[in-house]
Design a protein around this ligand. Structure first.
Ligand code: SF4
Ligand code: ZN
Length: 94
């Protein structure tokens, strides 16, 4: 999704521009450290929201742009994300 956004908005994509590279690295680190592990909900439904405010705004911008476009380019991935978004959110235990 970040690549799609970077290509359409920043005219880069592969490789990503510096701003999108930073966002991807940040999102990857958050994912690796996600407290929910394998039961991770989609971040949009998360009761914790571990992202810094600036990064959260940036990823929302990416999602708004790339979400509808992903439906046409990667319909299976989009369907999987949709199904994931309907899974119950795990309770916070720590
Ligand atoms: S926002 Fe929530 S689901 Fe997403 S990585 Fe952070 S803790 Fe995990
Ligand atoms: Zn970019």
């Amino acid at each position: 999704m970040i690549e799609c956004y970077c290509r359409g908005v920043h005219g880069c994509g592969d490789p990503l521009c510096g701003q999108c590279r930073e966002l991807l690295d940040y999102a990857t680190t958050r994912l690796e450290r996600c407290r929910f592990g394998g039961a991770k909900p989609v971040c949009a439904n998360c009761p914790v929201h571990c992202y810094q405010a600036r990064m959260r705004d940036e990823i929302k911008r990416v999602m708004r742009y790339a979400g509808p476009r992903m439906l046409w380019r990667h319909p299976i991935l989009t369907l999987r994300h949709f199904l994931d978004s309907r899974r119950p959110v795990p309770a916070i235990t720590r």
